[in-house]
Design a protein around this ligand. Sequence first.
Ligand SMILES: Cc1cc2nc3c(=O)[nH]c(=O)nc-3n(C[C@H](O)[C@H](O)[C@H](O)COP(=O)(O)O)c2cc1C
Length: 366
Amino acid sequence: MIRAVDLFSFSLPLLRWLDAEDAHRLAIQGLKLLPQVRPRADDARLAVRAFGLNFPNPVGMAAGFDKNAEAVDALLRFGFGFVEIGTVTPKPQGGNPRPRIFRLERDEAVINRLGFNNDGADAVLRRLALRAHLSGIIGVNVGANRDSPDRVADYVTLIEAFAPVASYFTVNVSSPNTPGLRNLQQGHLLDELLAKVIDARERMREKAGDSPVLLKIAPDLSLAELDEVVHVARSRRVDGMIVANTTVGRPSSLRETERAKEQGGLSGRPLFRLSTRMVAETYVRVEGAFPLVGVGGIDTGGAALTKIRAGASLIQLYSPLIYKGLGLVEDIKTDLASTLVRTGREHLAEIVGADAATLTAEAWPG
Ligand SMILES: Cc1cc2nc3c(=O)[nH]c(=O)nc-3n(C[C@H](O)[C@H](O)[C@H](O)COP(=O)(O)O)c2cc1C
């Protein structure tokens, strides 16, 4: 029998006939309407323990798809091991004028310049509070309002507000679509931000329990900048890093050269090599101090395996789902589990970072 979820998953790429943002809205509405079937149980080999959390499998929904926490439980039912909502800002904001999402079909890529459009902390918090009795790992990705007079204070406000409902936080300092935001990756600014964020987390610990704090970085950092970012992240004792956000670069391999001129962050298949290299570069610098989440262009089980061998304990997907459908989640999990069986391994942890050193010695991806 064809299940409604399978039909939905299959039909997702068909939405590509629509304007990208209308298609996204329809996908969220469709997810909310799906019957509440139980997800298939995950192979025990795929379980990952990271940041003090037990992930049933390593495949997460990346930030930006469900910015407003409208469909988290439907996404968990599709087999994701965790869902990251947001980016949420304290106040609601509309983002940049439309059109602001562009598909580069022949490259299986996306360019977006949304600019943190979201319903704001109050509305999103209300939605998460309504499902707080349900299980599932829900990360909350936080950012600053575009017109905020004190961006650091915005992050602190969000940590305090969401601590009771967030399984973990992601501090997003890497979106290219809020002017000046990525400057927060600079050493002294990052140090001040992380000090205050970790402080807020500690203040909330008694009331709200522990909430791991992850830092999400851009793939466009130079290696000298990455040295500094990792140094600060380690000294401020963040719990992990997410590598990486969209790129402002335009790889020479792109075929949709006209569309590629649109301003914004590029994601999907053409981001795979650069973001994987950045995972490896981060992994060798972190020296096991905390785990990494790898994201960028993962569109097959093989690509997921490469990202894990580069140093990612967990992975996330977004743009490839637009081209492959939500069935990609099960495909990746099946491939990862069979690789473990074939190579006689018990857990994914055994291969995390296995290729990091080799990758960092290769020519820089163009
Ligand atoms: C339309 C769109 C919106 C996004 N919005 C956010 C966001 O709000 N916050 C964030 O941290 N990342 C956001 N991202 C970045 C993704 O989380 C991810 O880091 C990036 O797209 C690379 O992964 P992918 O190649 O699997 O898409 C967005 C990406 C896309 C395509």
